[in-house]
Every structure is written in C-alpha cells, then in structure tokens.
Design a protein. Sequence first.
Lengths: 151, 151
Amino acid sequence: MTDDNELRSGEVAVPLPSATDAGVYFIGIIHTPWKVRGDCPKRGSLDGPVCSIVVDKRWHQALTDIADHPRIQVLYWMHRSRRDLVLQTPIRTGQTTGSFALRSPVRPNPIASSVVALVGVQDGTLLVRGLDCLDGTPLIDLKPDRKSSLP
Amino acid sequence: MTDDNELRSGEVAVPLPSATDAGVYFIGIIHTPWKVRGDCPKRGSLDGPVCSIVVDKRWHQALTDIADHPRIQVLYWMHRSRRDLVLQTPIRTGQTTGSFALRSPVRPNPIASSVVALVGVQDGTLLVRGLDCLDGTPLIDLKPDRKSSLP
C-alpha cells in the first residue's frame, strides 16, 4: 500500500529481498490532524498542534517515569511508503540522490525518528508537539532524547 | 538469544504479542572492536575508534551523495536483546524505571539510533566514529542527521 507508485525521472527501484530478517511490533498508534500525505508538514515544529500517541495497554508500565523527560525520541513505521527505491527525485528539489542521503519515508525500512516535546501523559496516552506524520501511523518506540554531544 | 536472561530486582516482563506486525530487512552489518556487551562503551564518542558499516550490494546506489553529510543517523537492530521487559533496573543506577524512560537495548522493538561522524565512504562501506554497539550488529537504516531545531 503506497501513496505514490509512479517513478519520477531518475528514480531507480531494486528487487526487495525475498524475506525479512526480523519482526516489528506495533506498540501504539499516533493521532495527528493530517489525513493524507500532502497535508503533512515537511517537518514537525514545536509550535505545531498537539498530537496524541496512544500506547497499547500491554506496554503501559513501560511509560513509568517518561514524564521526567521533556524531549522524547519517537520511532514510527511509515506504513504507506514503498521500500524499493535506491535513487529518488524529491519534488521539492528535482535533484536525484540516494535514499540514504534523504530523510524521505521511502527507504528499505520505513522507520522515522522524530524528537518531540512532551506536553503531558495520562492513561497511556502521550500528548506531544513536533510530529509531522499521518494520522493513524503505527508507533514502534519511545526513548528519552539523547542530546547529542557532537559538535 | 539474549545476553542477559535473569530478571533483576523490580523488573517486570509481559507476554509478547503472538505475531509481529511488520518486517525489517537487515541491509548491512556493523563492525566494531567490541565482541561482548560488557566491552561496549556506555555511549559512542567522536573520539572513539573508527568503525565500519558494510552496506549490502543491493543497496549501494542508495549511498549516492551520502558523503555530503558529515553527520549520519544510524539505525540498527540490537539482535541480542530481550523484548519483553516493561520495567527495568539498570545496574548502573539500581533504580527501577519504565523501558520507554531508558535508552536500554531491552525494549519491544530493539532499534537503536546513533548519530555518527562520517570519516569516509568507499565501495559500499562507511567509516564512522561514534558507535557503541557490538561487532556484527545488523544495520537497518542510514539518514542524514537532522539537527533538531528544538530549543
């Protein structure tokens, strides 16, 4: 299931491996105001709307003490993206480049990483600002943000 | 397969779901000097040793232009970690807390995210500084680092 099946100029697809190597659990669901990809902001902003991350009941205890962390790294699965492109031509730039030189959703493993501001936590639901994904996106991980010490 | 099967004081495991929801491709392998978990640094440093990330041939074209990015976000699969703990008691602190309030390898989806300095790229292999993972760790994604605009 993809939003965008047509190759643009310069784009190259490769055959995917015949099998995957490990399995991911969807551990919750992300609710945002954006129902189609074209509506999503290019990049989440702390001035953006409050979104909610609803964690499955099985994992609620894992949220213990998460409210101590004002910035959370959210990993989610971009379930609508094709996975077979090695070269891509973003509409925004028109320049063809490698998938690993882009943060596009289209990549072998469609995992996104965003850092959000935690607004509140209640009953297994996090309220956050800073996301830019589609409503209904599956959650796969939450971690305290580690401010990089890189210069 | 886990390095550490015994529960420590305060730790809580839950039953895992009966099936996974999506599949991950291992797209390469990471080579580091650390052969067992106890040898890994607590956190990678740019002053640390050069490590190599060997990308599978299938995905080589996706590395096009990656050398333009001095900082790369690396996602990898911590294949030796158990996935069923919701409360953990790190040896370092002795304090029991939620898995999502820790960056421990033990989590429902054992995906790690590190930002590294790119030293060089040749023939599908990246040389980088800043990793802290085991030798032989499977690679799942490479992205240009997005310096957070968060305050």
